[in-house]
Write a protein that binds this ligand. Sequence first.
Ligand SMILES: Cc1cc2nc3c(=O)[nH]c(=O)nc-3n(C[C@H](O)[C@H](O)[C@H](O)COP(=O)(O)OP(=O)(O)OC[C@H]3O[C@@H](n4cnc5c(N)ncnc54)[C@H](O)[C@@H]3O)c2cc1C
Ligand code: SF4
Length: 1022
Amino acid sequence: MATHPASSVAPPPFHADAAVHRALESRLRQSVRGEVRFDTASRALYATDSSNYRQVPIGIVCPRDTDDVVAAVAVCREFGAPVLSRGAGTSLAGQCCNVAVVLDFSRHCHGILAVDAARRQARVQPGVVLDRLRDEAERVGLTFGPDPATHRWCTLGGMIGNNSCGVHSVMSGKTDDNIDELDILTYDGVRMRVGATPPDALEARIREGGRVGEIYAGLARIRDRYGDLVRAQFPKIPRRVSGYNLDFLLPESGFNVARALVGSEGTCVTILEATARLVPSPPCRSLLLLGFADIYLAADAVGDVTAAGPIGLEGIDELLVRHSRKKNLNSKGLALLPDGQGWLYVEFGADTTAEAEAQATRLMARLESRPGAPSMRLFRDPVETQHVWAVRESALGATSFVPGEAKNWEGWEDAAVPPARLGEYLRRLRGLMGEFHYTGSLYGHFGQGCVHTRINFDLKSAEGIAAYRRFVEEASDLVVGLGGSISGEHGDGQSRGELLPRMYSEDLMQAFREFKGVWDPGNKMNPGKLVSPYRLDEHLRVQQYHPAEVRTHFAYPVEGSLADAAMRCVGVGKCRKTDGGAMCPSYMATGEEQHTTRGRARLLFEMLQGEVVTEGFRSEAVKDALDLCLSCKSCKSECPTGVDMAAYKAEFLAHYYEGRRRPLRSYAFGLINHWGAMAEYAPRLANFFMQTPPFSSAVKWALDVAPERRLPAFAARSFRREFLAGQKPEARSQTSEARSQKQEARSRKQEGPAPGADPLSPPASRLSPSAPSPQSRRVLLWPDCSNNYFHPEVARAAVAVLEHAGFAVDIPRERLCCGRPLYDHGMLTAAKRRLVEILENLRGEIEAGTPIVGLEPSCISVFRDEMLRFFPDDPLARRLSQQALFLTEFLVKTGTVPALGMQGRAVVHPHCHERASLCLDDDLVVLKATGLELTVLDAGCCGMAGAFGFERDHYDVSRAVGERVLLPAVREAPAETYIVTNGFSCREQITQLTGRRVWHVAEILEEGLARSHRGRGSRAVR
Ligand SMILES: Cc1cc2nc3c(=O)[nH]c(=O)nc-3n(C[C@H](O)[C@H](O)[C@H](O)COP(=O)(O)OP(=O)(O)OC[C@H]3O[C@@H](n4cnc5c(N)ncnc54)[C@H](O)[C@@H]3O)c2cc1C
Ligand code: SF4
């Protein structure tokens, strides 16, 4: 195929005068009831999507309803301002960023207006999240078929814009096959409902005249003039997504104007409402995994496997598996893959499990009888099935930032070929990548010939960008030569718009231009994307990025630098999900892009870039965006690219306050260890002032604490004082059995370990390879501030549990603090000092391998996370990070989990840092061994998050976060149910807002031990 020169037809520039922008903003404010945001931070937030491109918009409008959309477009028309519609902004080809007024439909326009089971249809607003629609449809046994990997947060409007597909497109086609009607608005203000148009209706509409008649006449002209070309040149493959859907204007497609508009990427009209087609959802599924010697052989087998009638057929290669392993992602799923270096996921659906499995076993039998049969595994366990699917679903994130490897980018993300030629395509694509010295994992929707890959393009240097251009041009020719489509699901946007002439003849390109012209003659709808496009190598985010040099407090060993950290977010948008998991609590509570992890990452990027956000670390906009980050660290584990916003927030605040006084509350909460130490001398006096009105109100006012909150009361005696005074904690001497257990433990302590025995292990235990190898069975219990000063009963319980397990418990002699509260306030110099003190004071213990057992997850996570950011190369710090274990981790690692026949139920709320940095599984192992029946909540953050929820300006968000799942679940739990959580903040949030007694796992174990000694399994109602 001939090489075409880069063709860029620049869209008409919008008047960049600041006065015009202000006037536009002001008119929008007058006309629209939703939010109108022209501030730099909001514009920075919407400057990119999930692609390589960045264009700063003119401003943002979040319309409240359809009337608002109509009003906003009218104002834009008055000013000649371009318009860009937006859902979740997860587009991968640059079609969702532009110099335009962005209409964010996801904020308010997300209603499901009707589900009609009889007609198998749903009417929705464009901002509805796909999974919300699917959940609603499932109630009547139906579903919306196409399911992109972003199904938990992408919107129907965005899917229609991009003509999205997914695993189940094998069963139900692309989005265009599943849209019946659209309510649309043109830039010039015409509103109409479009769909299939029988010939007489078409005639009537043309006769209507006016703008509507003109549009229909224009479309009919395109059909008549280019119909034969469309029939001849549009590839006949399941995944042709590139170009406009002119095939739906053909008589054999019913002149379906709605479907012709699917995939138009906001370049033609604004969608106000959609009537979506629903399909039956097979209630029972089975998953068969096939392992081949390589990905090419897997691709070759696609035709054979498709003949078995699967409802999903996906492929992954060995590089994806290697990258996932390197990033420690989905280890459970990886372990379940059958042998091989290239895999096919084959999903069957039926009315019964037996039928679905029978389809799978028939295919297995057929494949087995062939030479070179793949290895096979049929999954019957739903949890295992979920684990293996997670490997496929996290592919994009898993291949984005791989430690020690060059960064991978979109650019050649989703080309599709006829499935029968898939193996050939993959071999030749790999060869082409080799010629350019590129690597990239190959995976995707193999059943429909659509292949994903992120490639290590150099998008920074001029030579690198030139090579990128040459590669995508050659790859386009390869795909077109095989009869494929350069986009098979993500759309053309800017990455592919310029390449369309390689796929379509000039006549068809003219047809596309005419189609766009019919709807948007002034080129104001998402200009420069899909047709008459910007060049594929302009507006590149990486190329534009010239971050300021910053001396940072933390090291960024995984990311590279803070500037790299700010680049890490590739816009996947998982932080916009609201249906489960922990990331991101502030978005779940507010629904604002600014309060997503992605939004925060973008603002940090823009701050370092310094072009739109120009105040650097003094930026109030960035501070505001970070203000609602609860530092829960959920993003660190849940974000597919591992954005660690809690660390970046602490770093930002440290710079923001450099040379400035912090608010009083930072000193009050950040230095709680000091105040606790002072209160040890007169806890009653301290409590009097903190708990008794009017003093308590004055204290709260001075510290900016919400009046609704109760400040926690200091214990009459701190754990540390009690322990050092050699007092016997009450809980340790309840029964004669318990006494004899303790004596036994003490005598073991005096005797020391048996020669040659593993010093920490009790007789029958095994240390896992990552467990510390201490020189004695001594453990240091870490008396964190909350359990030391406020809840000594928890620490006491832990001593009882550890002693029962045969360990000799001690505590650090010095008053040490991990500094956890300091991070929330960016007091990093003080925080580092605390860690230096710990390393100096505990050097001997660390070197001796003494385990340090903690009770507060957020304190142990300091040793795992923040300490290694301060001292990445210090072997002592590294040792401490391995020796510091949460109580339950320690019990599991040392094989000393007590089996306690407790009766009853427990509602368990995992602390965010347990999920992110510690081992939540161990907690559950220990709790299961108690015998209690567990309900583990998927509630995410409790909302308290250290001092966050105490603070006046955070109270409402804190409460909203808690009220999402956790607090209602606690209120619903019967009075005799144990409520278990290990974080001080979680305990405060629950007790303050529900009045329920909350148990730390140490207390549960102590209670269980005491009960087993008393020989009773029942308990009193609480
Ligand atoms: C990790 C990852 C995995 C992905 N996996 C898949 C996949 O499996 N399959 C797939 O098809 N895609 C996939 N995508 C791409 C993307 O998620 C989908 O295309 C998704 O449907 C886009 O939805 P959105 O709400 O984010 O749309 P947006 O990005 O917000 O918008 C998409 C387009 O629609 C237009 N649009 C939005 N609303 C309207 C409206 N009201 N009127 C007119 N135009 C509108 C926009 O202007 C834009 O051009 C993936 C992306 C990521 C980051
Ligand atoms: S730390 Fe938690 S609250 Fe902050 S951005 Fe990450 S997920 Fe959101």
